[in-house]
Design a protein around this ligand. Structure first.
Ligand code: SAM
Length: 293
């Protein structure tokens, strides 16, 4: 539920008894795409704001936290990622972070709603800086079908940068999708899923992701929390899983010597994100193997 009052955009989380507001100076865009209602606002202090179906997606000011954490822990954990697929991620922020890695030869953004990308190009141009990189490929269509049809053993990393698990994104948080992703991954492959709020969703969505990823054959599963001020509770997470290699070992030297600029991610942040809060360890007890706990 959203409200616009006296120059404030408010997203109300009725079931939590909370709300998040940003002071807005102008509505820049509004349309009903074939998939969702897309709104863009100019805010007083957070730059531009994208809203899908009333839910805050990103702002100019703080999106780097999410996009860097969806990308760099996975790319510095895989031994040699060459082909990366992003499912969702229409704002292109994750694609930009992926293409910072010189070893990546091919990246695909598989987004159901082309309008999100077109409006991001207009209102978040800094996120779309890598869109003309020859390694960048775009497919506008359903990521669930795309994953079903992709050639087996052809991808190194799959990043699920989706909306919440409702509507077209529901099937991206599902066992069948993880099974298809497992088939698509090459040896050493890694999957990363945006996995909602540790405070709100550990016993529900995050636990479900761990269970389904394990059922799909991902032996090692780990949730990495990170701050995200504009999402419910201000605290978010991604869940990373691999078939063969424990997630806790990453290429720390390469992370320290990365040949590109980050604003949040570094090797220390990576270590810290691998330490799950005790209540999450307790809740995911059956799912967390001793080597990863
Ligand atoms: N950072 C955001 C968050 O966590 O709320 C998500 C950013 S990105 C804008 C999410 C994208 O996922 C949306 O543009 C949406 O259109 C896309 N999406 C949802 N379901 C999809 C599906 N089945 N296949 C491909 N893209 C999908």
């Amino acid at each position: 539920m959203t409200a616009l009052n006296d120059g404030w955009f408010t997203e109300v989380f009725q079931d939590q008894g909370t709300a998040f507001s940003l002071q807005v100076t102008k509505k820049l865009h509004e349309e009903q795409t074939p998939f969702q209602k897309l709104e863009i606002y100019q805010t007083e202090t957070f730059g531009n704001l994208m809203v899908l179906d009333g839910c805050v997606m990103l702002t100019t000011r703080d999106n780097f936290l999410y996009h860097e954490m969806m990308t760099h822990p996975a790319l510095f954990t895989h031994r040699d990622p060459k082909k990366v697929v992003i499912v969702g991620g229409g704002d292109c922020g994750t694609l930009k972070e992926v293409l910072k890695h010189p070893g990546v030869e091919e990246a695909w953004q598989v987004e159901i709603d082309e309008r999100v990308t077109r409006m991001s190009e207009k209102y978040f141009p800094e996120l779309c800086e890598a869109n003309n990189d020859p390694r960048a490929n775009f497919f506008f269509g359903d990521g669930i079908r795309w994953m079903r049809d992709i050639e087996p053993n052809s991808v190194d990393i799959i990043i699920i940068d989706s909306t919440d698990p409702v509507g077209p994104a529901e099937g991206l948080f599902a066992l069948d999708f993880y099974r298809d992703a497992m088939l698509a991954l090459r040896e050493g492959g890694i999957i990363v899923q945006q996995s909602e709020s540790p405070l709100l969703h550990t016993d529900t969505i995050i636990k479900g992701i761990h269970e389904d990823m394990r059922k799909a054959g991902f032996e090692h599963v780990q949730t990495l929390p990170f701050p995200q001020p504009v999402y419910p509770t201000g605290w978010w997470s991604c869940t990373m899983a691999s078939k063969e290699n424990p997630i806790k070992y990453f290429r720390e030297d390469d992370a320290n010597n990365r040949p590109f600029v980050t604003r949040y991610y570094n090797a220390g942040i990576h270590h810290g994100a691998l330490a799950m809060p005790q209540f999450m360890v307790d809740a995911l007890e059956d799912e967390v193997r001793p080597e990863e706990g």
